[in-house]
Design a protein around this ligand. Structure first.
Ligand SMILES: [Zn+2]
Length: 363
């Protein structure tokens, strides 16, 4: 099918499965919060495209420094609630009918009275904003590779206490931050706690490091999805194994480019992943720093020659990889079919309503 420029990619129903709480912040919100708390921001954060720099200046260190500066502006409960609400509202505007965002409560715990109240603020706001913006929302608690594996276990226990498939409950457990830090196997016990609680296991892996690291993540953490995993394309035996195990890949093209993993989006090996049968879900990762949100990831592929039918298949794949309830998935699949059938004249996504979601099939 030829591309139809009239088809609005914001209207393509999709699921968004890789979005970080801090990194979701809107640039204007960052400026507001910096002013509110009298924080001086690095000029790179105020230019609009913090990581749009020459390829040899891209990289993790710069990313981490800017990320910490942004995090330092989020200081009280109203800041936390604003970020959650805006993440969900913005996703709704971009056609996301199911958002699974991740948060590491440790980052804010000191100012908010501990990890438990921090998480409870996030969950409470997620519940309210999901209803207000008609998006199905799940929350992932993410531990950090930069901290001790015992901290990850503490977070896994916290996540387990709030586990559930309804709005405002924790549905997944992740592991984020620099893939090169920490010994992967030492995070295994935390993931075992999360698995016993029925949480979806969604560690990062395979962006900064290649196939050997992905093998470690699979062996030690037993992921249902890999955050990124894009470098599985470098080893087709591994990629086949990932497909056979049904591990979905949360691929974030602009993140890969901004961190210098690939020269440009056209070099992200999505065709290889899809051709092998991998279940790919496009995600924005950290829009604040990478300068592009969810729909932009689909737009990049359209510019690279992907047809609308192929983009619709990717949207379908994102829904399939989500932990949304069966009825939510069915509604999103119907919307995707309608998008493909009727370009330019699309109904808005039907409201989710007050749905008590049944447990998604897990493990
Ligand atoms: Zn990420």
């Amino acid at each position: 099918m030829a591309n139809d420029p009239e088809r609005d990619l914001n209207a393509l129903p999709k699921a968004h499965l890789h979005l970080h709480f801090t990194g979701s912040m809107l640039p204007e919100t960052l400026r507001d919060l910096a002013a509110k708390h009298s924080v001086r921001l690095p000029s790179a954060l105020l230019t609009g495209n913090p990581l749009r720099v020459p390829a040899d200046q891209r990289g993790w260190f710069r990313f981490q420094r800017l990320y910490d500066a942004a995090r330092n502006c989020v200081r009280d409960e109203s800041d936390m609630r604003r970020l959650v609400d805006e993440a969900i509202e913005t996703d709704a505007q971009e056609g996301s009918g199911r958002l699974e965002f991740q948060v590491d409560p440790t980052s804010y715990a000191a100012r908010l009275g501990g990890i438990t109240p921090t998480l409870e603020i996030v969950l409470d706001q997620a519940r309210a904003s999901a209803r207000a913006h008609n998006v199905d929302v799940g929350v992932i608690v993410a531990a950090s590779r930069m901290r001790h594996p015992l901290d990850a276990r503490t977070l896994a226990r916290l996540a387990a206490r709030h586990a559930g498939d309804g709005p405002g409950e924790v549905m997944g457990f992740g592991l984020s931050n620099d893939e090169r830090s920490g010994a992967t196997a030492q995070f295994g016990p935390a993931f075992a706690i999360a698995a016993r609680a029925g949480l979806l296991l969604v560690p990062h892996g395979g962006e900064l490091l290649g196939p050997a690291h992905i093998r470690q993540v699979i062996a030690s953490l037993h992921p249902d999805r890999l955050g990124h995993g894009v470098r599985a394309a470098e080893d087709l035996t591994l990629l086949d194994d990932i497909v056979r195990r049904g591990i979905a890949l949360e691929v974030c093209p602009q993140s890969n480019v901004s961190l210098g993993v690939y020269r440009d989006a056209a070099h992200v090996p999505l065709r290889t992943l899809v051709a092998a049968g991998a279940n790919v879900a496009l995600g924005a990762d950290d829009p604040l720093l990478f300068g592009s949100r969810l729909t932009a990831q689909y737009e990049v592929l359209r510019r690279a020659g992907w047809s609308d039918a192929e983009l619709a298949a990717l949207a379908r794949s994102s829904v399939q990889a989500s932990a949304a309830a069966t009825d939510v998935k069915a509604r999103l699949y119907d919307g995707i079919d309608a998008w493909l059938r009727e370009p330019g004249s699309l109904p808005p996504i039907a409201p989710a309503g007050d749905r008590a979601a049944p447990a998604a099939a897990r493990h």
